[in-house]
Each structure stands twice: as C-alpha cells, then as structure tokens.
Design a protein around this ligand. Structure first.
Ligand code: ADP
Length: 173
C-alpha cells in the first residue's frame, strides 16, 4: 500500500496589495492541492506601498473563507523557501504575452535550482487579465474607482494610504 503524498503549492508574489485577480487564481488553485501557501516576497529593493505584514494581513482577511490556504512570507531564494515548506509546486499567473517571457525565465531558473519542484501556470480570469497591483495603485492615486477589482477592505486601505501621498506617486509592483 502506498502512502499518499500531501501536495503543497506555493504561490509567491509581491501582493502589494492583493487584487481580485490574485484571489481568482487562489480560488481556482486551492481545490487542486492539499495546501496552498501564498508567500509574500519581503524584498526591500522593490519599495512597496505596504509592509510585508500589512500585505499578509490583507491576504489573510481576503482568503479567510478558503480552508486550505495559508499566508506566509519569504526572503531570498523562492525554491529554498518552497523546499523548507515541503512544496512540490510553484503557482504563477499569466495575464498577457508580456508576462510570459519573464515567467518562463524564472520557471527555467527555478527548475535548474530545484528540479523536483514544478512551476504551474494558470491563466488569469478573463475579467482580471488587465489587472495589476501597480495599475490599481495608479488609478486610486488619481481618484478613480477600483471597486470590484480589489476586496473592499483593500480599497479602503489603499485610499487611506494614498490619500497621504501626492497623486501619481504610487509605487511600482
Ligand atoms: P510579482 O512581483 O512576483 O510579479 P505580483 O503580486 O504582481 O508579484 O504577482 C504575483 C503573481 O500573480 C504573478 O505570477 C502574476 O503574474 C500573477 N498575477 C498578478 N495579477 C494577476 C491577475 N490579475 N490575474 C492572474 N494572475 C495575476
């Protein structure tokens, strides 16, 4: 009799902040694995709008209803984090062709570093294929409406944070 392996996936990203596009991907991947770890990249170089703790808190709140989703954070090599957490799969999203080249590079490098871990791509939901955290921050900073694109509590946090900054100064990501 063979013992069945627990399938753990890691979904890494900046999530600065989480959008409904990320959540759509999480909702579609979670039923396919035993555990989905959403992993916030603690990368000081990127000058994020929200701290890793704030980004994790927003993710936790938005994924509270999905039982097998866990939120964590990492620094350094993604594959080392994935190994530590016992993951066999890395999840990434593809929106447009423009995502493809970078994602392919990353996936091939990660395969070289950790051949036992597979990168799996899911296509963005049609309604979210234009959506990025960066665009949401730009629109909010200019006073536009982003309801339906991010969870309501994220929209409130964005308004609060960006109200304190001059328009057009939203950070990248
Ligand atoms: P990163 O800085 O790692 O690209 P992001 O938070 O921007 O972090 O994105 C994390 C992952 O989620 C990436 O694989 C990205 O392609 C994917 N993603 C981002 N926005 C969407 C979306 N609207 N629909 C589907 N996938 C998305």
């Amino acid at each position: 009799m063979s013992t069945q392996r627990v399938r753990i996936a890691v979904y890494p990203g900046s999530f600065d902040p989480v959008t409904n596009g990320h959540l759509d991907l999480i909702g579609r991947c979670a039923p396919l694995v035993d555990r989905l770890i959403v992993a916030v990249l603690r990368n000081a170089g990127k000058q994020p709008l929200f701290s890793p703790e704030e980004r994790m808190e927003m993710l936790r709140e938005a994924t509270r209803h999905v039982a097998n989703v866990e939120v964590d954070s990492f620094d350094g090599l993604l594959v080392e984090f994935a190994r530590r957490r016992g993951a066999c799969l890395l999840l990434r999203g593809i929106r447009a062709i423009s995502d493809y080249e970078y994602e392919l590079q990353m996936a091939l490098m990660n395969r070289r570093l950790a051949p036992e871990i597979e990168t799996v791509f899911m296509m963005a939901g049609e309604a979210y294929s234009f959506l990025s955290s960066r665009l949401v921050k730009e629109v909010i900073a200019l006073g536009g409406d982003v309801s339906g694109l991010v969870p309501p509590q994220v929209e409130a946090k964005l308004k609060q944070r960006l109200a304190a900054k001059p328009a057009g100064r939203a950070s990248a990501g």
